[in-house]
Design a protein. Structure first.
Lengths: 227, 227
């Protein structure tokens, strides 16, 4: 069974970037091999989990030697598609959009934001991080020109528009023949089944943190037994 | 068994904010009750999951009637600690920090950022969203004054500093007697066990999306059977 014959579990995929980071740091220190136990220790995780997660990339560690760092980095990058460019349209150049535009970590992993859009007339035509802000209605035409020039669609649409504007942005994305959406707006987008969508919900992690804080408070206050 | 007697599972907690959003929208439309099936449908989920998730708040729906919307909103807010203020120090007022400062969703759920800090000397003393930017070294003193004034520590530290600066910010947080960290920096912070930490890893969701895109490409290219 090759790794691509079955769909790898989402939590394993989610953990790969942290392994990649640890491995790159080790390589930068001049190290050439790493064991699952060592990676696990650095991240405060169980080595059995690390071993299972890394197995989905198809690279196997060898007893005593562990993984060859170069090989494993290459395998993770290839598995995630981070060894190739991912072209993207960014919709919304407010603070969050600009943060994504400036974040070096995404560029290092292949993200190339080729156009930026915003519905705010005050921003249209202005330059942000070297890119001219366009009006969303221009996207389908620009996307067609992109397809004609490169023989493929823009890979991804990034939505950082406010909740109320997000669906109209999503409609523009679909019209632009973009088949993957990275959605930061706190709404569920209505998209055709053929379009992949990954939602970033900051409120999810805020909820987990505030709930755990509350549990700790209750524990302290009541001396209740919590498992 | 009351809800607080056992630790509710993280995925259930993560889904609560989306239920809250759907319920608030329903209330705004003038609705008074909602069924798990209806909530599930709006979010494209299974109603059995919605029912299980909502059960952790201690509120039970009634056959045919479903949940009373007001009661359920109150229960979710209380369960998450969103019915009370969560005071926070924000470290890093770059684009991401400013996005959090401006995001109305967090304020609506109790987040109150009481001080903002940045290590950049050009920003210190400047006003951002009505708050004067302070130097990080001032935090422990300000936090002590806060404790003296309000009889409790600042609840949360939000870290949006770059990776290389994040650990020194974390040390300042600990020195400021803050016991919960919401970390947006792409590093694992070294913190005492008594400090709660929730990491927001944008690269996790980027990885899931690019991997799913790659799987779809492979499917198209090779006509391979994928499950």
């Amino acid at each position: 069974m090759t790794p691509s014959n079955r769909i790898p579990p989402t939590p394993s995929i989610q953990r790969l970037p942290s392994y990649l980071r640890v491995l790159r740091e080790a390589r930068a220190r001049g190290e050439r091999s790493a064991s699952a136990a060592k990676i696990a220790e650095e991240l405060g995780r169980q080595s059995v989990q690390v071993r299972k997660d890394l197995a989905i990339t198809g690279v196997l560690g060898r007893p005593k030697v562990g993984f060859k760092i170069d090989e494993l980095i290459g395998a993770i990058q290839s598995f995630l598609g981070w060894d190739q460019k991912t072209t993207a349209y960014l919709f919304g150049v407010g603070n969050l959009g600009t943060a994504i535009l400036n974040y070096p970590g995404f560029v290092a992993n292949g993200l190339e934001i080729v156009e930026v859009f915003d519905a705010n007339p005050k921003l249209i035509g202005k330059k942000i991080c070297g890119r001219t802000v366009r009006a969303p209605y221009e996207a389908p035409t620009l996307a067609r020109e992109f397809r004609e020039a490169f023989g493929k669609s823009v890979d991804m649409g990034i939505v950082t528009a406010p909740g109320a504007a997000a669906q109209s942005v999503a409609d523009v994305l679909v019209e632009s023949e973009i088949h993957a959406v990275w959605n930061f707006a706190p709404v569920t987008l209505d998209l055709p089944k053929s379009v992949l969508c990954e939602n970033v919900k900051l409120s999810e992690s805020f909820a987990v943190l505030t709930r755990r804080m509350k549990e700790r408070e209750e524990e302290k206050a009541g001396g209740k037994k919590s498992r």
